[in-house]
Design a protein around this ligand. Structure first.
Ligand SMILES: Cc1cc2nc3c(=O)[nH]c(=O)nc-3n(C[C@H](O)[C@H](O)[C@H](O)COP(=O)(O)O)c2cc1C
Length: 319
């Protein structure tokens, strides 16, 4: 059974990816995620400067997922460059796409996409310039950072800014660029088209959805930031709808939001996703989730008499 897929010009041994923000800061942990079966690992969002993030509580479990407001805590781009250089990413990467489940001994064989967050063209471009000599396989742009000039909006709500950011990055790198979209104030299809026309190779849909939890005993919002982002099972049908519409609009798309098992992953693939990212499920099923999803897809392919998972991409659009 062939689980390999290709998205944004990246070849992956299977369609599962680690979603940004979940475990993707230290190389050792990213290696564990890859060894557990993920096809590609996406780092946590990296910013120009180190960010402390919000004080706790930063995450709360709800019936069908989590609400989090971490505040984009990360060590900053220079620290991340050092971290990856320590593990050989300042050399050419050993291509591990043909490897099966186990890694080889070359540390830099883990395929890492670096997720970047910023609020201006300069911030994004300066990070890419510092990272681009590394043998990382691409960039994912978190466009959910607050807009500096238009308070209340996010970067992704400003198609002109999105276009300038992507054009700016495209001018300094040949690596794949993936724009990660949320349910912002502007139609997702419009922002996705602008992203692709400006030089992005694919989009990831979706990021968390703004949400809130209040403790009825203390009468206080639970998260220190009051409002956070909902992830997990609760958002899956919304995310599947977004992927379906993006595929319909001809946008190459990676699905994300509420993937817990192989059925969820297949739902996204049938809607048109070329790969699927997994975040919150790790909190419930730990890293076993990657192998469980890949094994489940293999069994499904055998049962349906299919040879490759690629045959399933977008099939729901036939009906
Ligand atoms: C604790 C936590 C931290 C996250 N941090 C980031 C982040 O740094 N950058 C980003 O682009 N998305 C971040 N996300 C969003 C996830 O990558 C993903 O888009 C979202 O959680 C939906 O997928 P899921 O339902 O599989 O978790 C975070 C999600 C969670 C739960």
């Amino acid at each position: 059974m062939d689980l390999s897929v290709e998205f944004a010009g990246i070849k992956s041994r299977n369609p599962t990816m680690l979603a940004s923000g979940i475990l993707g800061i230290s190389y050792e942990v990213m290696r564990r995620v890859y060894d557990a079966g993920a096809g590609v690992v996406v780092s946590k969002s990296i910013s120009v400067e180190h960010r402390e993030g919000y004080r706790g509580p930063i995450i709360v479990k709800v019936d069908s997922g989590y609400v989090n407001a971490v505040g984009l805590a990360n060590p900053g781009v220079d620290h991340f460059v050092q971290e990856l250089s320590r593990y050989g990413y300042d050399r050419e990467r050993v291509d591990a796409t043909q490897q099966d489940d186990k890694s080889n001994s070359n540390d830099n064989s883990v395929p890492i996409i670096v997720n970047l967050v910023g609020s201006s063209v300069n911030e994004f471009v300066s990070m890419v310039k510092r990272l681009d000599h590394l043998s990382i396989i691409g960039y994912e742009l978190n466009l959910s950072c607050p807009h500096v000039e238009r308070v209340g909006l996010e970067v992704g709500d400003d198609p002109e800014l999105v276009s300038s950011i992507i054009k700016g990055i495209r001018a300094v790198t040949k690596k794949p660029i993936i724009a990660k979209l949320g349910l912002g104030a502007v139609d997702m299809i419009e922002v996705a088209r602008v992203a692709i026309d400006s030089g992005a190779n694919a989009v990831t849909a979706i990021n968390t959805i703004r949400a809130m939890v209040i403790d009825v005993e203390t009468c206080m919002p639970v998260l220190s930031n009051r409002v956070g982002g909902l992830s997990g099972r609760a958002i899956k049908p919304i995310a599947v709808r977004c992927v379906y519409e993006l595929y319909n609009a001809g946008v190459p798309v990676i699905g994300c939001g509420g993937v817990y098992d192989w059925r969820d992953a297949l739902e996204f693939i049938l809607a048109g996703a070329q790969a699927v990212q997994i975040g919150s499920a790790i909190g419930y099923r730990w890293l076993d989730v990657f192998k469980e999803i890949n094994d489940g897809i293999k069994e499904y392919l055998a049962r349906k008499g299919l040879k490759s998972v690629r045959e399933l991409i977008g099939v729901a659009h036939r009906y």
